[in-house]
Design a binder for this molecule. Structure first.
Ligand SMILES: N[C@@H](CCC(=O)N[C@@H](CS)C(=O)NCC(=O)O)C(=O)O
Length: 223
């Protein structure tokens, strides 16, 4: 059986978990936090998530895991068959990763650890987020799903990538991402109603106290 390594408070972990649950692929969860040798053994950069396949191969990077799952478990495909549509799904995923998640993540230490952050950095982050929201405005269909009538990997990736700008935007940038893209708030609410989203969100909430204890220890160690 597949093993998914990581922790439920992680948005990247939840991207992969959502896909496994939606496709009905059996897997076990191995709770592990960054900084542990156990994680480094399966994830060379020490990032969550990682996965051990049924064949025993250790893989990491959420988008790689998603592609592997599509290749190895073709039931209930989450990528369209048509090459143009597949590319569009991947384009939305890339936009969500580069211009939304990773941009906003730069402000995470300010939220979690009250780390000082300059106005210059905030300006850079906001400029990148604006590129992301402009791209989404152009690419997303929200009819009802991001890339059309079928729920795809783009919906899953975007949902959990959005967690980061949603978290840091209001306190660090006095900015809310949901109204910045027409249709995004309605789509986000629709995604939250999906049974798999509810399961993932419940597991995330259950992990939060343990995760915050891990964060506090990591901050103390870094001092
Ligand atoms: N590019 C990675 C990013 C994963 C990532 O940043 N995960 C966070 C947890 S949400 C992590 O492991 N952070 C620890 C670190 O950066 O050392 C992916 O797509 O899987």
């Amino acid at each position: 059986m597949l093993t998914l390594h990581g922790f439920s408070a992680s948005n990247y972990y939840n991207i992969v978990k959502h896909s496994l649950l939606l496709k009905g692929v059996p897997f076990t969860e191995h709770l592990v936090y960054p900084g542990s040798p156990e994680l480094l053994a399966v994830s060379p950069a020490g990032k969550v998530p990682a996965m051990t396949t049924e064949q025993g191969t250790a893989l990491s990077e959420s988008s790689v895991l998603l592609e592997y799952i599509e290749d190895a478990y073709p039931n209930k495909p989450l990528l369209p068959a048509d090459p143009e549509q597949r590319a569009r799904v991947r384009q939305v995923m890339k936009v969500a990763e580069l211009y939304l998640e990773l941009a906003a993540r730069r402000l995470l230490p300010a939220v979690l650890a009250n780390a000082p952050v300059s106005d210059a950095v905030k300006g850079e982050v906001r400029a990148t987020l604006d590129k992301g929201t402009a791209s989404l405005t152009q690419l997303a269909q929200f009819s009802p799903w991001v890339c059309g009538e079928e729920l795809t990997l783009a919906d899953i990736y975007l949902r959990y990538a959005l967690a980061m700008p949603k978290l840091v935007g209001p306190s660090q940038l006095q900015w809310d991402i949901l109204p910045a893209v027409p249709g995004l708030a309605e789509w986000d609410a629709r995604m939250a109603e999906e049974p798999v989203s509810k399961q993932v969100d419940a597991d995330q909430a259950a992990n939060m106290t343990d995760f915050m204890a891990y964060v506090s220890k990591a901050i103390q160690r870094a001092k």
